[in-house]
Design a protein around this ligand. Structure first.
Ligand code: DGY
Length: 312
């Protein structure tokens, strides 16, 4: 029997498996995440921590939790966790890959279509009464067929987006690394060719602010940018400038820096921008599956077994 801190109420019934195993659970009951201080104090005596991407797991927190054996993140992205500090302390880290691939790819296509076909403008023109009649030139957008999609980050989600884009009749080009499994296109060539660029890379030191003024200047002026990965992959000040100056035609962000954005954040003033509240994995089925994998990882770590989904 081990003490566990679970930083949010989990969807579905996975929590029952922890109770059945006899573990002593402290479940954060609020809708808002624990503050850093609350996270430290509630984790201090825990052997297991099941956390969310909103929880910052840093060396200071680990130092004040000497019994901690396992950190199970209910997310595939683990940029909220200091992985090196965990490894140095022999703490296992798990994540929830695979089960959110389709939901995130669906959301990516939703954003692409909404932006390309100008749905937010259409909806607000109906609500405001600006729309008076059907007309040949009202709110004309871009069709996906025969357009080129540039995918940056060709893991599971990037590949699922690619399959959907091909079904829509798009050409797909992928960025690659010369040392990667498939070389892909050099970034500058991808940006020169793509009508839509979609980001699916993890947030690492290499990808932080990958999309900066120089990146945006290499995109075509009619091109659209979609980000469903992590907010910090995009330099939002550079993006706001690129949208206002017409360097690119539009952007859709499901992830921002910070989350949520303050209501007066300059990026929200930029034209042709869709922002959604980190909905990539937000379906009942996916969130229940993520919770279930997070519990699997937690149970394995507490029992000293290899995690089913370890982050290395
Ligand atoms: C993840 O799991 O990393 C996603 O961003 C959650 O939606």
């Amino acid at each position: 029997m081990a003490r566990c801190f679970i930083t949010r109420t989990l969807p579905g019934a996975s929590i029952d498996r922890l109770t059945a195993a006899g573990h002593q659970l402290d479940i954060w009951p609020e809708r808002m995440p624990p503050t850093p201080a609350e996270l430290v104090s509630r984790t201090a005596e825990a052997e297991g921590l099941l956390c969310m991407l909103t929880d910052e797991i840093d060396a200071g927190l680990l130092d004040s939790a000497p019994d901690l054996k396992v950190v199970s993140n209910m997310a595939v992205g683990c940029d909220n966790i200091d992985l090196i500090a965990c490894r140095e302390r022999g703490i296992d880290v798990g994540n929830t890959p695979g089960v959110l691939t389709d939901a995130t790819a669906d959301l990516t296509l939703s954003l692409m279509l909404a932006l390309a076909r100008r749905l937010p403008e259409g909806m607000s023109s109906v609500r405001s009464g600006e729309w008076k009649t059907w007309s040949p030139d009202f709110l004309l957008g871009m069709e996906l067929r025969d357009r080129t999609l540039g995918i940056i980050g060709t893991g599971r989600i990037g590949s699922a987006v690619s399959a959907r884009a091909i079904a829509f009749g798009m050409e797909v080009v992928e960025s690659g690394r010369p040392d990667g499994p498939t070389p892909g296109l050099p970034l500058a060539e991808l940006l020169a060719q793509a009508d839509i660029v979609s980001l699916h890379c993890p947030l690492t030191e290499e990808t932080r602010w990958l999309v900066d003024a120089e990146f945006l200047s290499k995109m075509q002026s009619h091109a659209l940018l979609i980000n469903t990965s992590r907010g910090q992959v995009v330099d939002q000040i550079a993006l706001a400038t690129a949208l206002s100056s017409g360097t690119i035609a539009g952007a859709a962000l499901d992830v921002t820096d910070p989350e949520p954005l303050p209501s007066d954040d300059p990026i929200l003033m930029a034209p042709n921008l869709i922002v959604t509240p980190h909905l990539g994995s937000a379906t009942n089925r996916t969130r229940e599956a993520m919770a279930s994998i997070a519990v699997d990882n937690l149970l394995a770590g507490l029992e000293g077994r290899p995690l089913p989904h370890p982050v290395t």
